[in-house]
Write a protein that binds this ligand. Structure first.
Ligand code: SF4
Ligand code: SF4
Length: 444
């Protein structure tokens, strides 16, 4: 297969970064690199989908890694796994090839942040505002690599590996057809143990709060963590923008602990959330000297949910400030950001946040239970597939109401001349609705 054919195969299989925002993977494969890293760090508490994948599909993951290394010309492959995940390490180690090795990571948060993985596994730092390929590195999530291996064997993305955990009767991790409603996933967990509850979609730290049980699984869905609605964490994560900005403005004492504990700051990146908080006190809401210090924020939430003694929300202040900087054309280019880089902080290693202590701080330690692998899950009657499961232009439907489809059939194609990927039927069924945003099918 030529390099161009490989990229086309990955695109036509509809693969997107399964561990992040859904960036189409084919675009990340356009540059030659020296090193390919599989990111299996999985640092969100109560999620087990990457470790489950590595324990159960090690051979396919290593095949996928080899294929990506061959395509990019990489001379080494690294699989980053937390040291505590003995079974996954054993499974991967038994399949490793000569040019590959495992990098064992500490059980800290946010170990799985791409910048952290690259720094710890190679000693290199991704350029501020830049990309790993600029330093000869490609990072892919475990599931993305697994999906690439499937694509080479003509199998498109139809399912996502998902953990359902927290306040449910029977936590589990399973392959879930795309388009499955969250209500169905909670039913399969034997129901919820709390009276009122919210779902942390993607994990307790970076996940967003979801209350609509008709929300459906997409290509980036990694885990549903159920917590009681009256949990302190639920209140913290549902504060609206007006409230967190008003409280921040009146209460921030500029102690700067948010900055001192910020993982990106500790790696030398130009991010200082306490300065962004200070901007709330100025008459100009987008202070030119203060707000640019939000730009390198990865929204990990350490500042808000771990560091700030006042329980303020510098993370969301940074996130909304980044939005406003873009809207006001105040976004700094990568070259400018790189002039602001500092050496790695000398106490960085001492400020890592242990996952167990983090769970206690979040008030969710009592919800910690393994979510074992279930190799079969009943398919929901109705599946509703978003045409916007990826960053870029939405996919364009190629089916009509009443069409019968087979599992793996394309039901929406990638938009032309744009960053986009197709969508495929996750099971056999009949199409019941088609619009610009979704396709619904009734499963056979
Ligand atoms: S840690 Fe909290 S109080 Fe201290 S500077 Fe940051 S936001 Fe303000
Ligand atoms: S969320 Fe807070 S701690 Fe995390 S990178 Fe942004 S400013 Fe730093």
């Amino acid at each position: 297969m030529t390099s161009q054919q490989f990229i086309q195969v990955v695109k036509e299989a509809g693969i997107v970064g399964a561990g992040g925002a859904g960036f189409p993977t084919y675009k990340k494969l356009e540059n030659p690199v020296e090193t390919v890293i599989i990111n299996g760090a999985e640092c969100e508490p109560l999620l087990f989908k990457d470790v489950t994948l590595m324990e159960n599909h090690a051979a396919d993951i290593i095949d996928g890694l080899q294929a990506v290394m061959d395509h990019t010309g990489a001379r080494q492959g690294i699989v980053a796994i937390k040291r505590k995940n003995h079974a996954a390490i054993k499974a991967i180690r038994s399949r490793l090839k000569a040019s590959m090795h495992i990098f064992e990571m500490e059980d800290v948060y946010p170990a799985g942040d791409e910048y952290e993985v690259v720094f710890h596994a190679t000693g290199k730092r991704i350029p501020a505002g830049g990309f790993p390929f600029e330093i000869g590195i490609l990072v892919q999530n475990v599931e993305t690599i697994y999906n690439i291996r499937r694509a080479i064997h003509n199998q498109p993305v139809t399912h996502s590996m998902v953990t359902v955990s927290g306040a449910v009767n029977q936590p589990y991790t399973a392959w879930v057809p795309l388009g499955t409603p969250y209500a169905h996933l909670l039913e399969q967990a034997g129901g919820v143990t709390a009276n009122g509850f919210v779902i942390l979609d993607g994990g307790p730290m970076m996940g967003k709060v979801v209350e609509d049980l008709e929300t459906t699984v997409g290509k980036t869905t990694s885990g549903l963590v159920v917590i009681p609605r009256d949990a302190h964490l639920a209140a913290r994560k549902t504060q609206d923008e007006r409230t967190f900005r008003r409280i921040g403005k009146s209460t921030c004492d500029q102690c700067s602990l948010c900055t001192e504990m910020c993982p990106r700051y500790l790696m030398g990146y130009p991010i200082q959330p306490h300065l962004v908080m200070r901007s709330l006190l100025t008459s100009d809401p987008l202070s030119k000297s203060l707000t640019p210090w939000a730009q390198a924020c990865c929204e990990c939430n350490i500042c808000s949910l771990w560091a700030c003694p006042e329980e303020l929300d510098p993370r969301n202040v940074c996130a909304t400030t980044k939005r406003d900087l873009k809207a006001q054309n105040m976004w700094q280019d990568a070259a400018t950001l790189q002039t602001l880089m500092q050496p790695v902080h000398p106490v960085k290693d001492y400020r890592a946040v242990p996952t167990r202590r983090l769970m206690r701080k979040l008030g969710i330690a009592h919800l910690y239970r393994m979510a074992p692998y279930r190799d079969t899950l009943p398919v929901a009657t109705e599946l509703r597939l978003s045409l916007r499961q990826h960053i870029g232009a939405p996919a364009i439907p190629v089916v009509r109401v009443g069409d019968a489809v087979q599992s793996g059939d394309p039901i929406a194609r990638a938009a032309e001349d744009a960053l986009s990927v197709p969508v495929h039927a996750p099971c056999n069924g009949v199409i019941t609705t088609v619009d610009d945003n979704h396709i619904t099918l009734i499963s056979d």
